[in-house]
Design a binder for this molecule. Structure first.
Ligand SMILES: C[S@@+](CC[C@H](N)C(=O)[O-])C[C@H]1O[C@@H](n2cnc3c(N)ncnc32)[C@H](O)[C@@H]1O
Length: 188
């Protein structure tokens, strides 16, 4: 995160909206657990989930103080209102259209009222599989309008949303969208 001041500032702004010491869920934490570690160091009680068993095993080995679970975000078995905040950094880029309503309903369900959510995605209009090896990965981009509609439809009020240019030469050169929203009503 030290090499990504934009992301660090964003996570700092997001964290400042949340009471210290409460529970936060990092969805798609990967083996590096960059966001989960930021939240742990900030003083939250952090759960990190990822679909990949390998990622979770590596994260468990390397980063104490975080509860890592192998779990599909499309089948989260957390109780209603389990978390005060959710962070999904570049993970809903792997979710196809037909699964989004169910996923955002679940975000709403597992968040407490007034809970906060941050989601980051690549901007654009790509929708399909990419990868040059034998295991292509489903990947899709979003527009600001897509995210506003999804959040609005599932009981969230947008607090802020920025679209940034590619600013680091070590990252995939895409524009990116960074929304923060608050749960204001239960999803139907
Ligand atoms: C592009 S990486 C982002 C990693 C990290 N959040 C970051 O920003 O550095 C996407 C992560 O989402 C995970 N992922 C993809 N589909 C998922 C799903 N259905 N449930 C949970 N995690 C998923 C992948 O295994 C991968 O670790």
């Amino acid at each position: 995160m030290e090499k990504k001041p934009y992301d660090k500032d964003f996570l700092t702004r997001f964290s400042a909206l949340i009471e210290k010491g409460v529970r936060i869920l990092d969805i798609g934490c990967c083996s590096t657990a960059q966001q989960a570690r930021f939240f742990r160091d900030y003083g939250f009680v952090v759960t990190g989930i990822d679909l990949s068993k390998n990622c979770i095993e590596t994260a468990k080995r390397n980063f104490p103080g975080i509860d890592f679970l192998q779990m599909d975000m499309l089948e989260m078995d957390f109780a209603d209102g389990s978390f005060d905040a959710i962070c999904a950094f570049y993970s809903i880029i792997h979710i196809p259209d037909e699964k989004l309503n169910g996923l955002f309903n679940d975000f709403n369900r597992i968040l407490k009222m007034n809970g906060k959510i941050s989601i980051t995605v690549h901007a654009g209009d790509f929708y399909g599989y990419y990868g040059e090896n034998e295991f292509p990965v489903f990947f899709r981009t979003y527009s600001k309008r897509d995210l506003i509609d999804l959040l609005d439809k599932h009981g969230f009020k947008l607090i802020e949303m920025e679209q940034r240019q590619p600013i680091y030469d070590f990252e995939f050169q895409s524009e990116r969208i960074y929304p923060i929203a608050e749960k204001l009503s239960n999803a139907h």
